[in-house]
Design a protein around this ligand. Structure first.
Ligand SMILES: [Zn+2]
Length: 335
């Protein structure tokens, strides 16, 4: 079916293109990266999808036009595999599920986090406590909670989810893929690796033009997200990867170079955190001192999240110590 596609308007505009047997659909989103990828391919049991985009009218129209151009209907989609629970990957899964009745798979640890979101207690007392511990006041914490609520519409309707485990195999475009955990960006982020073709659907872990933020704070349950992330990237070095199909931007082939760049980036920033820690400091005070603050609450969250990740890694290496005073964690260098 796929081979008989006559390239139409979407192909000419670069919204839909073909990478071997896989169709890449480029969606839009109201976040800084502006665009993200969804993947559509025939499998041994109907058609399958990897990641979906945020649920906006424009992306719905792109999906409808893309399926028409490929020559299939929504009912052909049987399986939807999502790399992690963030809005730009899971957002349209519920809407697609309503139209297709497809099964939606999400990595187990992210399914656990997502449950707290759909139960409405994503900013309950435990999370508020963590914000306070990191040095945030109530205004910042409330602003984040309100902002997260305001973008919930981009992920509704919520899909019925099936948990995905490591080392699970599925067919896509005639090739067998296996699930690999790469925690860090979110606790349960998985990548999907082609057993024979060496293709890797990398989600937000491996992107050619940028390095996406590390850690899902304040929703991470990882003690040392940086160490987990770097170890997982090292594991990917052992695989024979021929092509990365990322969650954002264009596909690329030089995965080892990209892993080098990402690992060097984190090492450099971790050193910045260590060198910047002159006196005893909260994570937020240090984040504002070292990294460019921004009025947008999610950017504030990200610089704090990463600072915490580097601090926790340095605590793990016994280069810094942490002590709690009046509910706030203070970090200092170990002499
Ligand atoms: Zn993400």
């Amino acid at each position: 079916m796929g081979g008989s596609v006559v390239p139409g308007e979407l192909f000419h505009k670069g919204i839909l293109y073909q990478q071997g047997e896989v169709y890449v659909l480029r969606n839009t989103m109201p976040f800084p990266l502006r665009e993200n990828n969804a993947f559509i391919a025939e499998s041994d049991k109907g058609w399958a999808v990897i990641d979906t985009g945020v649920n906006t009218r424009e992306n719905q129209q792109r999906w409808t036009a893309a399926l028409k151009e490929i020559g299939i209907s929504y009912r052909h989609i049987q399986k939807i595999y999502v790399t992690h629970y963030h809005h730009d990957h899971l957002g349209l899964a519920g809407w697609l599920q309503e139209k297709s009745q497809a099964q939606v798979f999400l990595p187990q640890p992210d399914l656990h986090t997502f449950q707290t979101f759909i139960n409405g207690d994503q900013y309950g007392s435990a999370i508020r406590n963590q914000c306070f511990q990191a040095g945030w006041n109530q205004v910042l914490t409330e602003t984040l909670a309100e902002d997260v609520n305001s973008i919930d519409i981009l992920i509704q309707p919520y899909p019925f989810l099936t948990a995905l485990s490591p080392d699970t195999s599925f067919n896509l475009g005639g090739d067998l893929y296996t699930t690999y955990p790469v925690p860090g960006h979110s606790d349960g982020h998985y990548v999907f690796v082609g057993v024979d073709n060496g293709w890797l659907f990398g989600g937000d872990n491996l992107i050619k033009h940028t390095i996406l933020h590390l850690t899902d704070w304040p929703h991470t349950r990882l003690v040392n997200p940086l160490a987990d992330h770097l170890a997982a990237l090292d594991d990917l070095r052992k695989l024979d990867i021929s092509l990365v199909l990322p969650g954002h931007g264009m596909c690329f082939s030089n995965i080892l170079d990209r892993i080098d760049v990402i690992q060097q980036h984190h090492e450099k920033r971790k050193n910045q955190v260590l060198q910047g820690l002159i006196d005893s400091s909260s994570a937020w005070d240090l984040a504002v001192q070292l990294f460019r603050d921004n009025p947008y609450i999610h950017i504030k969250r990200l610089i704090l999240a990463e600072t915490l990740a580097y601090l926790n890694a340095l605590v793990g290496q016994q280069q810094i110590a942490v002590e709690e005073r009046a509910g706030v964690n203070y970090y200092r260098r170990v002499l």
